[in-house]
Write a protein that binds this ligand. Structure first.
Ligand code: GAP
Length: 453
């Protein structure tokens, strides 16, 4: 495996410098582990989510979409087990006054200088571990009264189970079929951190696949393979991705088998996505708590059963972080250091930059005309400010795969140069052929150039 130059600090700094991600509420001193996505961050995250929707909806006929409410009936969380069981063990240090996850104590740092691992010295005074529920509470209505307490959803999955009956009645689907959803989830994490890896407010991309019980194992294998392929087809290097089956004692209360897709982040191998066999736990629990029948009845045979559920559960922010880390590279052009994001073109925030070589002789006008023509089909950016080399570097740093340069020849024969971010090859191409060529390149299979290192 080629050694990586990337560190979390370099990613955080690039994200701030180039307007991908900013610490939230910065003018008030920031709010720990909360982030705002800037222009290129929004474009990149939108592309991550669009690729996920494509894989779930466009490329298949057996999955339908949902966008459910963030605040659901509070009994949802009784039934799902989150009110009683969605806890992390927490310890307080009476000396430094900080809190730590008891099961992550090794990764903790205390607030004193020099910082220590919690419990490392005799000055540390840790409490016994106690359970801390991760759900954020709020109230509905103007008066805080009995029954007004509600929760911000800690996973998008439950909204899918609450709608299972609606989909049986309206979607004309029968098991095996899935319901997919992307949306915000909230967890009052004791120790958030590592940039957007663990936040208190984050986006999930989850799909619940309802199957006849006897087919659950086969579908678990199917989804595990599909989800691994999704990451590698979008450019993640296979040697930075692995599958880790959960041990029995780390399975969630609802799961009989789970595998994590792990990525080799700069902090070490860590979870990117979980694929779980949730069995019939959720549908049975909601049926019991709501009094509704949540089962599939085959009208032809009369057969009835509670489907089992296979769940690929991914994080949009964590996936974005993995794509950024995997794409980050440094090289040298003509003795000058370059930082480049070698993102899969279909993930890149901007697909093409249109640049006049000089700001005169009709070049800006022609470049602006090309930009207007291209932006009808792809995210294009026009830039005329500064030396051409600096404009290329800026586009390299935000991962733009192609740059179109308009020069004096362009005004004579309506051709331009098309520069490739990774190979640096520059081809002369007719302006009229540009749209088709960029479309062709976007559709072509892609392999990370870092694999050739
Ligand atoms: N419905 C199952 C479920 O929520 P999970 O493993 O707790 O499973 C799924 O979460 C994915 O959501 C994780 O693999 C991760 O990508 C993302 N995720 C979970 N907690 C997160 C957090 N605090 N910050 C960012 N992403 C998070």
């Amino acid at each position: 495996m080629a050694p990586d130059t990337v560190t979390m600090d370099k990613i955080v700094s690039l994200c701030k410098r180039r307007g991908f991600v900013f610490p939230s509420s910065e003018i008030y001193g920031g709010l720990g582990s909360s982030y705002d996505y800037g222009h290129y961050g929004v474009l990149l995250k939108t592309n991550v989510k669009s690729r996920w929707w494509e894989a779930m909806l466009q490329e298949r006929d057996d999955i339908v979409a949902l966008d459910s409410a963030i605040i659901q009936h509070p009994r949802t969380w009784q039934a799902s087990g989150h009110l009683s069981g969605f806890t992390d063990p927490m310890v307080d240090c009476r000396t430094c006054k900080l809190r730590f996850r008891a099961d992550h104590i090794e990764q903790g740092h205390c607030g004193r200088k020099p910082s220590r691992k919690p419990g490392e010295t005799s000055d540390c005074n840790l409490t016994e571990a106690r359970d801390f529920n991760l759900m954020f509470e709020t109230t509905v209505g103007p008066v805080r009264e009995d029954g007004s307490t509600v929760y911000l959803r800690p996973e998008t999955a439950q909204g899918i189970f609450l709608n299972f009956k609606n989909y049986l009645q309206t979607s004309r689907k029968k098991p095996p079929f899935g319901i997919a959803q992307i949306g915000k989830s909230f967890r009052n994490e004791i120790t958030p951190g590592n940039f957007v890896f663990r936040m208190r407010e984050f986006e999930q991309m989850e799909m619940e696949f309802f199957v006849p019980p006897a087919e659950a194992e086969r579908w678990l294998e199917h989804w595990t393979e599909q989800r691994m392929n999704w990451y590698t087809e979008l450019g993640i290097r296979p040697d930075h991705l692995k599958l880790r089956p959960h041990e029995r004692d780390e399975l969630s209360h609802y799961s009989s088998a789970t595998s994590d897709i792990e990525y080799l982040f700069p902090i070490g191998w860590s979870e990117l996505e979980g694929i779980a066999n949730r069995g019939d736990f959720d549908l049975r629990a909601h049926a019991e708590h709501s009094g509704q029948k949540l089962e599939y009845v085959d009208t032809a045979s009369g057969e009835r059963y509670v489907p089992h559920v296979i769940e690929p559960a991914a994080g949009a922010d964590r996936a974005l972080l993995a794509f950024l880390i995997d794409a980050y590279d440094e090289d040298e052009i003509d003795g000058e250091k370059r930082t480049v994001l070698r993102l899969h073109p279909r993930l890149a925030p901007v697909k093409v930059a249109v640049l006049p070589l000089v700001r005169k002789d009709g070049q800006p006008e022609l470049a602006a005309e090309i930009h207007r023509a291209l932006r009808g089909s792809v995210q294009s950016e026009y830039d005329e400010g500064g030396a051409i080399g600096r404009r290329y570097r800026r586009q390299d740093e935000i991962g733009t795969p192609w740059a179109v340069t308009v020069d004096h020849q362009s005004l004579e024969d309506r051709t331009v140069t098309l520069r490739d971010r990774d190979s640096l090859a520059q081809e002369r191409i007719a302006i009229d052929a540009l749209g088709e060529e960029i479309g062709r390149r976007l559709r072509a299979p892609w392999r990370s150039p870092k694999l050739n290192d």
